[in-house]
Structure formats: structure tokens, C-alpha cells
Design a protein around this ligand. Structure first.
Ligand code: FEO
Length: 393
């Protein structure tokens, strides 16, 4: 249990050991499931719960915080890492009501089988008094599910933002201490979770801009005593601006594609374009996702396997497609032995990336001098396009 202010406590759990979220997302720094208790003069509220394996931590912290009576459980989000302990909390505090919006209420019934009579449904902008403290609910849909909302504690100027502004980072200090580290963790989180909903996030940022915020208290990672640090970072990430960067995600079996990629990296570097290169056999997909937040161009490199792309390239293309980055240009580089439809398949996998296709370089066998010339032409095309965006010299 960690105290934010008198009568306001963080009562969730730090998960130092977790290494995978959704059986998909790498967690190099673990994570936390922050939950908060707010004790008013008349009522006590718990804001979110924790992932079910950490329920005991939550219960112990509620005891340490002296919560002998609980009136409300505010459920900002139905995903189980925040809602998964609600039933256990209701067992211990049967008088408590689950406060949420209509969409989240239905999802909690579907996902957790919570009884219908346990809910209080609140509207966007509605307030709820705890006595000397007032909760103001602000709908912020699609950060990152359709039902998500946040709570602003008016008297203490704290925004409880749930996943919004979060970071998968396990640490005992309550607040951000090492800004560059948390910036990277929050960007990773944004890239993996929030990026597909960039347009919605822009609207939500505008919505919370009217609030006078001293502290942002997310449900993952450290809290922000300097809200502008994370709000400005989000504004940058959701903007339409791209950087003079090329992401190359590639795999190679017999070094033909690798040789093309090696030449391409050199050619782009010669043109003063920053390259983020990922060998898909060893890459952390979180780092690949982070690089897609800013890059103007994505190039996928793959050999031909059984008439199509290598499955690792299929995975990378599929992932990039669902993350919907603001990438402006894409291309494909690779080789084949006797034929196939590798290029067409990759193109078909990325319809969500609204990018212009630059002439792919797909060659037969090991690259020869004319193939390296084609790679130089691709690098020229990338430079020209970046110049048109005024991000390259
Ligand atoms: Fe942290 Fe969307 O749950």
C-alpha cells in the first residue's frame, strides 16, 4: 500500500515477474495493476481492482488502508487486469456497488458474471460525492476498449486514467523518477495498446485538457506528478507528424534477403535517413511496435517459402496492420528461388496501413549488381518521398 495523500491510497499490486501480457506482449520490466482507495467523510470508493492472480495483494492492501466498509467500486475498464478481482471484493464488501458506464456494465456482466443489481450506471460528466471529495466521471472511449472512462477527483486534482497514459513498468516508487525510462515504457505501451485508436485518443486528450490536473494516476506503472510530461508525449505520438525514419522488419533463410537488407541499410544511412532494423527471428515485437509510432516508411524483407512470404514476415505484416501506424510509405524487399506470390501476399496483409507503395525489389536468387542498383533506386525513392514531406534534407 502506498499513500498519495491523506485518505488516498494506491492499493494494487506490483508484478515484477510477469513477462508476457495477453500471451502476446513482452513485458521486459514487468508491470503493475494500480488500484486506488479514496476515503471521503461519508463514503469510500475503490477505483479498479487487479489481475486475478494478484487478488491477495489487493485484499491485504485494503486491510492495511483500514477499509472496513466499501461503498463503491469504480470500474473504468472491463479488461480483467483491472476488473478481474471485482467479484472477490464484492464477496468481502457485499454492500459495495460497482460504478461504471452502461457499456462497461454489460461487458462486466458478460465477462465476470456480476449480478445486474450490483451496478450504479453513471453518465459522461456526472459527479458522485464521497462527502468532502467529489468524483467526476469523464468518458474516454477507446483507450483502448470502447467502454473506457476516467475519474477526476476534483478537490485533489488527480486524474485516475486507468490504461490511458499507463506503462508496463514494475517499480516501488509511486511516482516517475527516471523520466527517460518511463518515457520509453509508456511509448511501448502506447504502441502496443493505444496506437490503433490514435484518432479517438486525440479527442480524449482534448477532453481532459479542460481539467486542472496535478497528478495523473494510471492503472499501470508509476504516477505522473508532472502531467505535461506524459500528455505532451501522447500529443506527439498521436499527431500526424512522421520522422525521417525507415523501419525494416526482415527475415532471411540463405542470406539473399539479408544481403539486400544490408545494402539497403547502408544506402539509406548514406542518405541521412535513420534506419530501425529488426531481424524477426530474434526481435522483441514491442520494440518493433515502438519504432512504428514515428517512422515515415516501413519495409518488409522476406524470402519466399512455399510460394509465399516467410511466416515471420507474415506475422510482422499482420501485426503492423492491426496496430495501424501512421506510416506513409511501404515497400517489400526479398528473393525467391523459382517463383511465388510473396509480394502480393504481403500487400494483401496490410490494408489498414494507408501508405503509398514504393516499387518493391524482389529478385531471383542471390543479389547481383543490378539488384543492388534496384535497392539504391528504392533508397532514392524513400529519400525523395521524405523530402516531399519536408522531413529529410
Ligand atoms: Fe490494463 Fe486494457 O487493461
Amino acid at each position: 500500500m502506498r499513500a498519495l495523500k491523506p485518505n488516498i491510497y494506491e492499493v494494487g499490486a506490483i508484478d515484477f515477474d510477469r513477462r508476457l501480457f495477453d500471451e502476446l506482449i513482452p513485458l521486459p520490466d514487468g508491470t503493475s495493476y494500480n488500484a486506488y482507495v479514496i476515503k471521503g467523510t461519508e463514503k469510500t470508493a475503490l477505483l479498479d481492482t487487479v489481475d486475478p492472480p494478484k487478488t491477495n495483494c489487493l485484499i491485504e492492501n485494503l486491510v492495511k488502508a483500514g477499509v472496513d466498509k466499501l461503498d463503491y467500486i469504480v470500474a473504468h475498464h472491463a479488461e480483467q487486469d483491472h476488473s478481474g478481482s471485482i467479484q472477490d471484493v464484492l464477496t468481502i464488501y457485499p454492500e459495495a456497488k460497482v460504478v461504471t458506464n452502461e457499456k462497461c456494465r454489460q461487458m462486466l456482466i458478460d465477462l465476470l458474471c456480476i449480478d445486474d443489481d450490483k451496478f450504479i450506471v453513471v453518465e459522461d460528466g456526472q459527479t458522485m460525492s464521497l462527502g468532502d471529495k467529489t468524483l467526476q466521471f469523464v468518458y474516454t472511449p477507446w483507450v483502448h476498449w470502447p467502454e473506457t472512462f476516467v475519474t477526476y477527483l476534483q478537490e485533489d486534482r488527480i486524474l485516475f486514467s486507468c490504461d490511458f497514459f499507463g506503462s508496463h513498468f514494475a517499480a516501488t516508487p509511486l511516482y516517475v523518477e527516471d523520466k527517460p525510462t518511463i518515457y520509453d515504457a509508456a511509448k511501448r505501451y502506447y504502441a502496443e495498446i493505444m496506437m490503433p485508436f490514435r484518432t479517438n485518443i486525440k479527442k480524449n486528450l482534448e477532453k481532459i485538457e479542460n481539467l486542472d490536473i496535478d497528478i495523473i494516476a494510471p492503472s499501470h506503472g508509476p504516477l505522473y506528478q508532472e502531467p505535461a510530461f506524459i500528455v505532451d508525449a501522447y500529443k506527439d505520438w498521436v499527431s500526424d507528424d512522421v520522422k525521417n525514419e525507415v523501419v525494416i522488419a526482415y527475415v532471411s533463410m540463405h542470406h539473399s534477403t539479408a544481403k539486400l537488407i544490408e545494402h539497403l541499410v547502408g544506402a539509406l544511412a548514406d542518405r541521412k535517413i535513420t534506419v530501425k532494423q529488426f531481424n524477426l527471428t530474434v526481435t522483441d515485437i514491442g520494440k518493433l511496435a515502438i519504432s512504428l509510432v514515428d517512422a515515415a516508411t516501413l519495409i518488409i524483407g522476406t524470402p519466399t517459402v512455399l510460394t509465399g512470404p516467410h511466416p515471420l514476415a507474415v506475422y510482422a505484416a499482420y501485426l503492423a496492420n492491426v496496430l495501424r501506424p501512421k506510416t506513409r510509405f511501404v515497400s517489400i524487399v526479398g528473393s525467391y528461388g523459382w517463383g511465388g506470390k510473396m509480394e502480393e501476399k504481403i500487400k494483401s496483409l496490410i490494408p489498414n496501413i494507408k501508405a503509398q507503395l514504393l516499387e518493391p525489389v524482389v529478385i531471383k536468387g542471390y543479389p547481383k549488381s543490378e539488384d543492388f542498383s534496384a535497392i539504391d533506386e528504392l533508397a532514392d525513392a524513400v529519400l525523395q518521398k521524405h523530402k516531399e514531406l519536408k522531413i529529410a534534407d
